[in-house]
Design a protein around this ligand. Structure first.
Ligand SMILES: CC(C)(COP(=O)(O)OP(=O)(O)OC[C@H]1O[C@@H](n2cnc3c(N)ncnc32)[C@H](O)[C@@H]1OP(=O)(O)O)[C@@H](O)C(=O)NCCC(=O)NCCS
Length: 175
């Protein structure tokens, strides 16, 4: 089984790629992923194919994040990490994430909200220990029930994982 990876912007995806991502992620996440794919956002997708079949996916989009009282930083915010159920446990998800990690070196950092942080820690991600906040209309609200892991890029520099991490509000999953 040979895995082939490709990276494509949502602005350049073919209809077949789009439909395959919707089908895979809808099945894996048990929801209608078309809603998310049709939001007016620029995303970059990492697609993992075995032959003609899309078996794995991850994406990032640009998001501004603020650490403590520091400046807003340009983050690659990762979502939709999915491997088809019958292809798991063979290193495919790790290969997709490693490719994504190699692609986001131009950002100040990468971040995501994990369902299983331990899986990402194996790949070099670190748990955010400080409080998480979402700011809307200038007002910051704590989001204590969420969890975030971050990945350092060459641009990250020093990172205080105990500081507050603030993201901007958005009209779907906040983290
Ligand atoms: C999470 C997911 C993408 C992983 O994909 P995958 O292709 O099965 O992952 P890999 O085969 O690359 O990784 C499996 C390895 O992770 C290890 N692992 C799994 N969970 C772990 C954990 N919590 N801590 C440490 N290691 C873990 C396994 O032991 C295995 O290691 P090995 O290769 O040394 O045996 C896949 O299970 C999936 O699609 N799940 C449903 C959707 C989902 O939860 N997405 C993440 C949303 S944040």
């Amino acid at each position: 089984m040979t895995l082939e990876l490709c990276v494509v912007s949502s602005t350049e995806m073919t209809p077949a790629q789009h439909d395959a991502v919707v089908a895979l992620c809808s099945e894996v996440f048990k929801l209608d992923y078309a809603f998310y794919m049709n939001l007016d956002l620029v995303r970059v997708h990492v697609l993992g194919y075995v032959g003609e079949r899309l078996v794995a996916h991850a994406l990032w989009l640009e998001r501004r994040l603020r650490i403590g009282d520091g400046p807003w930083r340009r983050a690659a915010y990762v979502e939709g990490v999915a491997v088809h159920a019958d292809c798991r446990g063979r290193g495919i998800g790790s290969a997709v994430l490693r490719r994504l990690q190699a692609e986001v070196g131009g950002y100040d950092l990468a971040a995501l909200s994990p369902s299983d942080a331990g899986w990402y820690e194996r790949l070099g991600w670190e748990r955010w220990r400080g409080p998480l906040r979402i700011v809307k209309d200038g007002v910051a609200q704590a989001t204590p029930d969420d969890e975030v892991v971050v990945y350092r890029t060459p641009r990250t520099g020093g990172l205080d994982l105990d500081a507050a991490l603030t993201g901007e509000w958005r009209p779907f999953e906040l983290w």
